[in-house]
Design a binder for this molecule. Structure first.
Ligand code: NAI
Length: 338
């Protein structure tokens, strides 16, 4: 069977890490047909559209995309393409597993956290306007529908995967209406899952608790902006942004991408770690029913991560992006890896 997948290379380090990941995926023997489409500034130059029609049509057809990071200008310019894609396809659940890899020195071993981030509303939507010169307004819109479905996603994931606890992360002491609604919806859903312990922590305290004792958490569910910030914090717990994957999931389609951005500071230098995008691709492989191939890559990754010299610089190695992919493919093809 051939899987047709929309491939968005992205910009910055996107094309480099994507090239490495596609080579690794191809080495599994699974057959892919990639529909490669541009998005963001590059697409605008070519088609005068940030999200070209070809991209929308491709995702509507394939229902699965693998995506590199896309740069969003800071403090000016066009709105985030990443946010727009999540909204356009109603990819309401951003699923971010945070786990250690062997032999990467970190403050804590054996971290195993799941971050579930609401992906379609909240302050992160960037609904802003200037009221009068010198006064701006940024709107935080929250709905019962979105709060309930993200809470339900977190609890259903916990139940299916034998996880013990779900914590709702909030700031309802200050945002009594918006985060208050989020908590009310979470509490209501929690009642349907008696076997799972439900807890609530205020977001600033959660940051401190994660740094002091991350083992107290299991599944964390939160609104969009807190999810953005907390997932980078958690990436730092396991060795950095080069390692942490994510899946944007809706009822009809899914986009798999790393947690990290386009890393302009290292773009075009063969320095980026493709592991985060690769782990996102492993989530994609399981999503399309290719769990065996996902396991094959995961096993090879675990072996490669025992050899510091085969790793990229962000995790203490010396290899470039493409050499890392070469080493991983060699490991996948080695007789001992089967
Ligand atoms: P960033 O995640 O691109 O980089 C932060 C730091 O982590 C940098 O020092 C970078 O070199 C390092 N880093 C990130 N990924 C790495 C990798 N794979 N290997 C090694 N080191 C890595 O965040 P930053 O600099 O805040 O944002 C840059 C741009 O990316 C912005 O325009 C932002 O809007 C965009 N962005 C896009 C995302 C997406 O497409 N989903 C997500 C986050 C940011």
């Amino acid at each position: 069977m051939t899987h047709t997948i929309t491939l968005i290379p992205g910009d910055g380090i996107g094309p480099e890490v994507m090239h490495a990941v596609v080579r690794i995926l191809t080495a599994t023997g699974v057959k892919f047909e990639w529909e490669t489409v541009l998005a963001g500034a590059e697409a605008f130059e070519k088609y005068r559209e940030y999200i070209p029609k070809a991209l929308t049509e491709s995702i509507e057809r394939t229902r699965v995309a693998l995506k590199g990071p896309i740069t969003t200008p800071v403090g000016e310019g066009f709105a985030s393409i990443n946010v727009q894609l999540r909204k356009q396809f109603d990819l309401y659940a951003n699923f971010r597993p945070v786990r250690n890899l062997p032999h990467i020195p970190t403050r804590y071993p054996d971290i195993d956290l799941i971050i579930v981030r609401e992906n379609t509303e909240g302050l992160y939507s960037g609904l802003e306007h200037e009221v009068v010169p010198g006064v701006v307004e940024s709107l935080k819109v929250m709905t019962e529908k979105a709060c309930t479905r993200i809470a339900r996603f977190a609890f259903e994931y916990a139940r299916k995967n034998q996880r013990k606890k779900v914590h709702a992360v909030h700031k309802a002491n200050i945002m009594k209406l918006s985060d208050g609604l989020f908590l009310r919806c979470s509490r209501k859903v929690a009642q349907e899952f008696a076997e799972i312990t439900y807890g609530e922590h205020i977001v600033d305290n959660t940051c401190m608790q994660l740094v002091m004792n991350p083992y107290q958490y299991d599944v964390l569910v939160m609104e969009n902006l807190y999810g953005d910030i907390i997932s980078d914090l958690c990436a730092g717990l396991v060795g950095g942004l080069g390692l942490v994957p994510s899946a944007n999931l809706g009822d009809h389609c899914a986009i798999f991408e790393a947690v990290h951005g386009s890393a302009p500071d290292i773009a075009g230098q063969n320095l980026a770690n493709p592991t985060a995008l690769l782990r996102s691709a492993l989530l994609m492989l399981r999503h399309i029913g290719e769990a065996k191939a996902a396991l094959q890559i995961r096993n090879a990754l675990e072996v490669i991560y025992r050899h510091r010299d085969k790793l990229t610089r962000d995790v203490g190695g010396k290899a470039g992006t493409s050499e890392f992919a070469d080493e991983l493919i060699a490991e996948m093809n080695s007789p001992t890896s089967h």
